[in-house]
Design a protein around this ligand. Structure first.
Ligand code: FAD
Length: 472
């Protein structure tokens, strides 16, 4: 049994120890029982996210171990698991960090009510965002729908200071736990597992190291270089932010300091962090962001919605014949990530040249991204498709070749990810063939193909569909 002040700490996507308001509050009460529950929301994750989660949980369990605490892994309905754990440990409180997706909010609200009814101190805390989404309001008291005023409102506020790792005290003998490996969270990755894992650095310590390296070495050039596909000029923190291995506030304070020290690119980095914040602000206020066109008039647009459409499948498999799009799709398949500029170009080609609904693209990204973030993914897709808030207008259609000339002028990015055009393909380009499922029949490098939809024709067809849609 724990002390009279034992708290069950329910970890979700806040897998760190530093700057952790909820964990610090729990530590102040006394003994902590760290818990992760494999529930339906974990089951529903895409293959790559699930694998990335496993890597993060392993790192967190080892960090907790270093503080003398054993992470408890349990599987089942969260309310049932929490009730069992309360009975087993004598805990009088359950603490967690808030989440903001509609399904998560509904579950947490119900659990808080049920536990409170049973006399348990059930408390949720901020920590995943810079500010709680409902606290950033327009002058009229409503949500923001446009990014720039949102950015100005966030910039004007003080981000809370970073908290140190609290002193953690565990139970002498904790309750029983599943073995994380027995959950087989990487199973759905099939043969791509080892390859994608090679490109990932998981855990709080790696996230903090990455952040410091980025601030020390790259933030100055961030604004000028971030769009270039081959330069590695960005922070590469998105997967760590998505799992809460690091908090945006830690990034914010270090970047602010760099800005005050005169680093030119730092403010632009803050702006990108605020895009993430804006995505969650939108999802909180418009919970259907990942399902429905934000501008409902787009419901009438004649998108292709069939996921077995050959054009969609060719796009997923990086076989459209458009070099920059295929390079981008393969980068994602091999690393679990894709450069932001490449995401925009690949998403534009799918929704415009190929005429496929953004929802199908969103779902494929959800399956393949290790940095999958429900709100940023949904906002990104609706932004590119033209159906979202503050979105790029539909008629602004990226020309993939022009984008490649501009942002990959020496074709280094294409060379890194595409094998076909080159006599001696790079190691990374060949990894795609090792990772691709057997059902794609990609056993050897093929000859380069002509685009499945040529750029000029695809653009003309997209614009014609748009004209027709507008005149209805
Ligand atoms: P940096 O340039 O170093 O930026 C720092 C951080 O700011 C990022 O880690 C991220 O948390 C945030 N950020 C940067 N750009 C954006 C943006 N446009 N929208 C929201 N947040 C941003 N990002 C995800 O984290 N998960 C997703 O599932 C996701 N899906 C996307 C889908 C599409 C179609 C598009 C166009 C963009 C998507 N993005 C997504 C946003 C963006 O591409 C990634 O955040 C970025 O590429 C991550 O690289 P980085 O960590 O080096 O970013």
């Amino acid at each position: 049994m724990g002390t009279e002040h034992t708290t069950i700490f329910w970890f979700r996507r806040d897998l760190r120890l530093e700057n952790h308001r909820a964990l610090s509050a729990a530590a102040e009460r006394g003994t902590i029982v760290p818990l992760f529950i494999h529930d339906a929301s974990v089951e529903a994750l895409g293959a790559a996210s699930k694998m990335r989660l496993e890597m993060s949980l392993k790192a967190l369990a080892s960090d907790l171990e270093a503080h003398g605490l054993s992470m408890i892994f349990r599987r089942g309905d969260p309310h049932e698991v929490l009730s069992e754990m309360i009975a087993e440990t004598g805990a009088t409180a359950v603490f967690w960090s808030r989440r903001y997706d509609p399904a998560g909010v509904a579950i947490d609200t119900a659990i808080k009510e049920e536990l409170s009814r049973d006399g348990i101190d059930a408390r949720s805390f901020a920590g995943t965002l810079l500010f709680e989404p409902w606290t950033v309001e327009t002058g009229q008291g409503g949500p923001y729908r446009v990014y720039t005023p949102f950015w100005k409102a966030v910039r004007a506020r003080a981000v809370p200071d970073v908290l140190p790792v609290p002193k953690l005290v565990g139970m002498d003998k904790g309750p029983s736990s599943d073995q994380l490996e027995d959950w087989h969270l990487s199973r759905d990755m099939h043969r791509g597992r080892a390859i994608v894992a090679e490109h990932v650095q998981a855990g709080e310590r790696s996230a903090l190291n990455k952040l410091h390296r980025f601030i020390d070495e790259r933030i100055g050039a961030y604004k000028a270089e971030r769009d270039f596909l081959d330069r590695g000029a960005t922070s590469e923190l998105s997967d760590a932010l998505s799992l809460g291995e690091i908090s945006p506030a830690q990034c914010w304070h270090l970047a602010q300091r760099a800005m005050q020290e005169g680093e030119q690119g730092a403010e632009h980095f803050l702006k990108e962090l605020v895009w993430r914040e804006f995505a969650w602000h939108l999802m909180w206020h418009f919970p259907n962001l990942a399902q429905d066109n934000w501008r409902r008039e787009w419901d009438a647009f004649p998108w292709i919605e069939d996921s077995s459409d050959p054009k969609f499948l060719a796009w997923c498999q990086g076989r459209t014949g458009v070099a920059i799009v295929d390079a981008a799709m393969r980068e994602m398949y091999v690393t679990g990530k894709m450069h932001n500029r490449a995401r925009m170009v690949a998403a534009s080609y799918l929704t415009k040249h190929l005429g496929v609904h953004w929802r199908l693209g969103l779902a494929w990204f959800e399956a393949c991204l290790v940095d999958w973030d429900a709100a940023s993914n949904a906002m990104g897709w609706q932004w590119v498709a033209g159906s979202g808030p503050d979105a790029a207008p539909y008629f602004r259609i990226y020309n993939p070749d022009t984008q490649a000339d501009k942002f990959d002028p020496k074709a280094r990015y294409r060379r890194r990810w595409l094998a076909e055009p080159y006599e001696k393909p790079t190691q990374t380009a060949l990894q795609f063939f090792e990772a691709a499922p057997q059902s794609w029949h990609l056993d050897s490098v093929e000859a380069p193909k002509a685009p499945i939809v040529a750029l000029k024709e695809g653009r003309a067809a997209a614009l014609a569909a748009y004209e027709n849609f507008k005149s209805q």
